[in-house]
Design a protein. Structure first.
Length: 438
């Protein structure tokens, strides 16, 4: 699918974003091993989270999509999961397919490691190139038996077995690895503790509590006791802050923008983006704060006055973990700031769905922009003029959406090759972008 994006003068209006991917994955997995029914509203609509539902359905959990009328007369869809209990999943007759979703593969592996059957989980060509050693090592310490291609890459063959609790220090901050170990800890004998060098998103810890698990938390440290039964819940997923990032950055590069994003998840472990934008001089307000299913939620109002420009910035050290998913679109924003954007300590970007340092650089250069790439980041000068051209998503949803934002400020129209990659996380992205563009 090719998409033509024309320049826009400004962004204005209001949007309600699709459900948060990270939270949706966790609710789907925990609902499958809970006792009773779990009903999830605003479950993320993208292909990644659909992969999680497909996998748990293959493992015996009931999964239904039910249309529901809301109080204001709108029809929404609830995901209803009939859980099988902590050890009630059953062996799949077929290989489990995580599609493009590293979240599905890594977190589900934690649950499968402690079952009493064998599983094989694979993914698409992109996912099969992504390293899994980071979950295999701690799970092996718990007693897991996992085989992988070259002892690192999918498919993963997981021989379920009895697990033992461990005290594990993450060598690199990763919410997915932390979650895989904690989920395995539910099935392990004794206590499992995970410590992290940098605070990462805590959606797993919140979700475990919502499902009735008793966990102990301290700064950068979480403990879960094995054998705890979970209970099915009614849950609502906040709007996805990572999806909001594309609209926030678009509004900040187009003059006289005035945009409201409603019902966005504002979990404090996820708001590094808002802090960073504020450090550049951006005007982003948080309004109507409340709590939904244990998660902080609210509206975001972003505006840009006239021809005001943002300052430049630098992303490094502990900041990287909190901004890793937003870096492609922040690179676009960096070209329009006064002093540009510098990125360091982000080698992790090279093993995402694509090498995002290189795919960002290739597309920016096609648009006539300057960028210096480094092993762990890049330098992007500010005050650059972007030219409309043919761009490539390289099959990466965040690259597709980031360069749709770049096309809004370019001189002349742009064509994005394989723009359909956005369906992985945000099927309605281009329609929503058109709706608020002028």
């Amino acid at each position: 699918m090719e998409r033509v994006i024309k320049p826009s003068k400004t962004l204005s209006g209001a949007l309600r974003l699709p459900g948060d991917k990270s939270i949706s994955h966790r609710y789907g997995l925990l609902g499958a091993i809970a006792t009773g029914e779990t009903r999830i509203r605003n479950y993320a609509p993208g292909a990644d989270c659909a992969s999680t539902l497909a996998c748990v359905a293959q493992l015996g959990a009931g999964v239904e999509r039910k249309p529901v009328k809301t109080a204001d007369g709108q029809t929404v869809e609830d995901i209803v999961i009939s859980g099988r209990g902590l050890r009630g999943l059953t062996e799949s007759a077929q290989t489990l397919d995580a599609g493009n979703s590293g979240s599905t593969m890594r977190m589900l592996s934690g649950l499968l490691a402690g079952q009493n059957f064998r599983s094989v989980i694979t993914g698409d060509e992109s996912l099969q190139r992504r390293p899994m050693r980071r979950i295999m090592d701690p799970l092996a310490q718990m007693g897991a038996k996992i085989q992988a291609t070259n002892d690192n890459f999918p498919p993963l063959a997981i021989e379920g077995t009895a697990l033992r609790g461990i005290d594990y220090l993450l060598p690199v901050a990763s919410a997915q690895v932390k979650s895989a170990v904690l989920l395995a800890g539910l099935l392990a004998e004794g206590e499992t503790t995970v410590s992290e060098p940098v605070t990462t998103r805590d959606h797993t810890e919140i979700a475990l509590t919502q499902f009735g698990a008793n966990i102990a938390r301290a700064p950068r440290r979480t403990m879960v006791r094995g054998g705890q039964a979970l209970r099915g819940q009614r849950l609502e997923v906040p709007g996805d802050l990572s999806s909001a990032a594309f609209f926030l950055c678009a509004a900040l590069i187009l003059p006289d923008s005035n945009l409201y994003l409603q019902g966005v998840g504002l979990n404090p472990t996820r708001t590094e983006l808002l802090d960073f934008l504020a450090s550049l001089g951006a005007k982003v307000q948080m309004l109507n704060l409340s709590e939904v299913s244990g998660e902080l939620i609210g509206d975001l109002h972003v505006s840009r006055d006239g021809n005001a420009r943002l300052q430049g910035g630098r992303i490094e050290g502990e900041m990287v973990a909190g901004l890793i998913d937003e870096i492609p679109v922040l690179a676009i924003l960096g070209t329009q700031t006064q002093d540009g954007l510098e990125l360091r300590d982000a080698k992790e970007l090279r093993i995402k769905e694509t090498d995002r340092i290189e795919t960002v650089a290739q597309n920016l250069r096609r648009m006539g922009a300057e960028i210096e790439t480094l092993p762990d980041g890049f330098n992007i000068p500010g005050k650059q003029t972007l030219k409309g051209t043919e761009l490539d998503s390289f099959g990466d949803h965040r690259i597709a959406m980031a360069f749709a934002v770049a096309a809004l400020v370019a001189q002349g129209e742009s064509r994005i090759k394989d723009a359909g990659a956005a369906v992985v996380s945000y099927p309605g992205f281009y329609d929503d972008l058109s709706r608020v563009s002028e």
